[in-house]
Design a protein around this ligand. Structure first.
Ligand code: NAD
Ligand code: G6P
Ligand code: MN
Length: 449
């Protein structure tokens, strides 16, 4: 049993490998392979990965490579998490739209669309290499963002590939709900959910008969945030909160759940809806010269590479060096459910095919599914209200036009995609952002005519 991690040099690799190693027996895993196109970055990250395995006395073999055949030969699970263009391009995705007064975000709005056009063909290359070398019943579990657009590219260009696109935000929200309500068993919560990636709603959330959705909505209305009490306390005392989804701008994000819920108490919103429903507020709260990409480079990336240098110098790995938690556990648990046919429920991104009754059959939607050896068995969500349908269809059209534009090399379709996006107020603004994006992405994008 071999697991290959694509984007081996990612800041998330150490945490994911730790999650795999903790599940060695249930996964039956013998070998983990790291694959990346940046040899130097991946080599450094592999040092801490090697330390994790040794520290856990794990018999898992570690292979580190930039060669596709070595990476994928007979591999069973491929965990993809590449960032095409790295943080330097994330910074552009965030700063270019902000310069034009629009939301500047990694996966939402024009930044997400730009990132999507960079990632669609590298993702197809991963699929083709995997098909060439890996075990015939491989699964690619893809975290690479923007997952909404990447999943649409997979559907259109490689419809038969065994790819499941996923996101850690719903599980992170459930973890936060568990902390707010003091119910730590968040991986056993039951739920219903519908939407697109980074664009969805929990319609139900329960645990052992408790209506957690109602309890958490009351909690958010009372505390004006989805932050748990211990974090609210720390912030009040001006103490640093170093956790992954809690540093700096993430605090705004959890607070904005209150603003969205206060406007519409019907469902518990995914945090990412802030970018569409509160776009004006989000732009006003953003610093166009210092965005999340800068924060990540100054914190998670810096901590990891300084931690590696410290390890090289002293042989010691500090707790600050890497994050381990729900992100790695989610993908490893998903692999385990597929391998062991457990039929555990996960939220995944799949082709709709009636899961949401009144949304197009070919839409890539985010919904719950029971995961077993034959892949996702989707839990149908029935008909959704016109508000949600309208929002989703506009976003879907934007994502579909982007992929069509990328395939056809059509400037007009990509402009339509930008114009359709709810974060953009005017067609002329869409054109101005697109023209700047073309220049910034010339190394990465298909040529648009
Ligand atoms: P990172 O920049 O630290 O790591 C990404 C790695 O991908 C780099 O080492 C880079 O060299 C490599 N890479 C780039 N292009 C590649 C290619 N064509 N083939 C192979 N490797 C390539 O980024 P990060 O912050 O650790 O995030 C990694 C990815 O995971 C991003 O796409 C991020 O958006 C995504 N992510 C997704 C979720 C989710 O919910 N879906 C959650 C967290 C992170
Ligand atoms: C959440 C989302 C991911 C996104 C990440 C960004 O986990 O689900 O899709 O990539 O946040 O986090 P960051 O710390 O890099 O801003
Ligand atoms: Mn996500």
């Amino acid at each position: 049993m071999i697991i290959t991690i694509v984007g081996g040099g990612s800041t998330f690799t150490p945490g994911i490998v730790k999650s795999i190693a903790l599940r060695r027996e249930e996964l039956g895993v013998d070998e983990v392979r790291l694959f990346d196109i940046d040899e130097t970055r991946q080599y450094k990250v592999s040092l801490v990965v090697d330390w994790i395995l040794k520290d856990m006395n794990s018999p898992i073999k570690l292979t580190v490579t930039t060669d596709e055949e070595t990476a994928y030969k007979d591999s069973n699970f491929i965990f993809a998490q590449m960032r095409v263009g790295k943080y330097a391009m994330r910074e552009q995705d965030e700063k270019i739209p902000l310069r034009h007064g629009c939301v500047g975000q990694e996966t939402c709005g024009c930044g997400g669309l730009a990132y999507g056009l960079r990632t669609m063909y590298p993702m197809m290359k991963v699929i083709d290499d995997v098909e060439k070398y890996a075990a015939k019943d491989y699964w690619i579990l893809n975290y690479s963002n923007p997952a909404a657009v990447v999943s649409e590219a997979c559907r259109v260009l490689r419809p038969h590939a065994r790819v499941i696109n996923i996101c850690d935000m719903p599980i992170a929200i459930m973890e936060m709900v568990g902390r707010c309500l003091d119910v730590p068993q968040f991986t056993d919560f039951d739920f219903n959910y519908f939407g697109l990636n980074h664009f969805g709603w929990f319609t139900e959330l329960t645990y052992q008969g408790r209506d957690l959705k109602k309890e958490i909505c009351d909690y958010v209305m009372e505390h004006k945030t989805l932050l748990p009490p211990d974090v609210i306390e720390k912030l009040r005392a001006r103490e640093a909160v170093g956790e992954r989804h809690l540093n700096s701008s993430w605090i705004h994000t959890w607070n904005n759940v209150y603003k969205v819920l206060n406007l519409n108490p019907e469902y518990l919103p995914n945090t990412y809806l802030q970018y569409y429903l509160l776009s004006k507020d989000v732009v006003e709260e953003s610093d166009p010269n210092h965005t999340r990409a800068n924060e990540v480079m100054e914190t998670r990336e810096k901590d990891l590479f300084e931690g590696i240098d410290h390890y090289i110098a002293t042989g010691e790995v500090t707790a600050k060096a890497f994050y381990h938690g729900a992100h790695g556990n989610y993908i490893a648990d998903l692999a385990s459910a597929l391998k062991n046919d457990s039929k555990k429920k996960f939220i995944v991104i799949v082709e709709n095919k009636g899961a949401i009754e009144n949304i197009a059959s070919d839409a890539m939607v985010e919904v719950p599914a029971y995961m077993g050896k034959n892949g996702p068995e989707v839990v149908c969500q029935g008909k959704i209200g016109d508000f949600y349908k309208g929002l989703m269809e506009q976003q879907l059209a934007s994502e579909k036009l982007l992929i069509q534009g990328g395939i056809e090399g059509s400037y007009n379709k990509v402009w339509k995609s930008f114009t359709m996006n709810k974060t953009v107020p005017s067609a002329t603004v869409a054109k101005a952002i697109l023209d700047d994006m073309i220049i910034a992405n010339k190394e990465f994008w298909p040529e648009l005519k």
